[in-house]
Design a protein around this ligand. Structure first.
Ligand code: FES
Length: 294
């Protein structure tokens, strides 16, 4: 096999010649004291940028605060999370052991919370929105000295993201079971408002999970050459699909977060009796003795 043939299915990683520079003195990429780019060492918010660089971190801060407050409030409730065949995604998988005195959401929420908190996109979003570190590219940072990246405690814990990914895939499988249940009304196939809300929520969560940077790396990002390893063809195909999804990871992150909150809100309103859940039975159209809505 020629070198060119061997690299037919290359991901591109490691194919370019690296510049011959001295290795960094620390593990954070750039030697301490060297130039770290425009914005470093400047006063907080100081920049030569003339665009509305502050708008995105501001929107992210407002969005994360509002959705985070709702999720916290919903988790503390510990009731009105179920209605007929619907279960709020904040409470799934549902565990209600008799010895647990708090909301059952707290038995499970650590997984999605840890997954999102360590997500590469959310890290960027909340570092910018809440820590101003940096607030945006080429903008003065809130804390421009003593930068150590994510190499020290507590931020070194961000490296456990991959393990939260594994756990989240298990939770996702349970959420799909909830979706199937949400379309079954006393053993009869129906489509309710909650069925659609839970389907949209779990579908978006699936796209968010499948577009994960860690998953992309696991499938093929760490490979220099697909055609050099066993199963390289299928892995390359999967990697290509995940790569397309990965380009929109930020969008999936926001839409899935919104959809989870909305699904909980919908189930809660139904459980509180504040709205009536409309259910459509598509197969009843062929049954003259049954009304399509019930
Ligand atoms: Fe965002 Fe993995 S990088 S979920």
């Amino acid at each position: 096999m020629t070198p060119d043939r061997e690299r037919t299915w290359s991901s591109g990683a490691g194919t370019a010649e690296l510049p011959r520079t001295a290795p960094p003195s620390s593990g954070t990429g750039v030697p301490a004291g060297s130039f770290r780019g425009s914005g470093s060492g400047q006063r907080f918010g100081e920049t030569e940028r003339t665009d509305a660089w502050w708008l995105q971190p501001l929107i992210q801060a407002v969005g994360l605060t509002l959705l985070g407050l709702y999720a916290t409030w919903a988790a503390f409730q510990g009731r009105f999370y179920e209605y007929k065949n619907y279960l709020s995604p904040f409470y799934s998988p549902l565990f209600t052991p008799s010895w647990w005195p708090f909301s059952p959401a707290f038995l499970i929420l650590g997984i999605p919370l840890g997954f999102r908190a360590t997500c590469y996109y959310y890290r960027k979003a909340y570092y910018r929105a809440f820590f101003g570190d940096p607030a945006a590219c080429a903008v003065g940072e809130l804390k421009s000295h003593g930068y150590c990246g994510e190499a020290k405690f507590p931020f070194i814990l961000q490296n456990v993201h991959r393990y939260f990914l594994y756990l989240s895939i298990v939770v996702l499988a349970v959420l799909w079971i909830d979706v199937v249940r949400a379309f079954s009304f006393a053993g009869r196939f129906g489509i309710g408002g909650g069925s659609v809300a839970l389907l949209a929520c779990t579908g978006l969560l699936t796209l968010y999970t499948l577009s994960c940077h860690s998953l992309r790396h696991l499938i093929g990002g760490k490979l220099d050459c697909f055609s050099c390893v066993a199963g390289g063809g299928p892995r390359r195909k999967m990697w290509s699909v995940v790569s397309v999804l990965n380009e929109h990871h930020m969008g999936w992150a926001w839409w899935s977060l919104f959809a989870v909150c909305f699904a909980d809100f919908y189930v809660r309103l139904c459980a509180l009796g504040m709205i009536e859940d409309p259910v459509f039975y598509p197969f009843s159209m062929f049954d003259v003795s049954t009304k399509p809505f019930g």
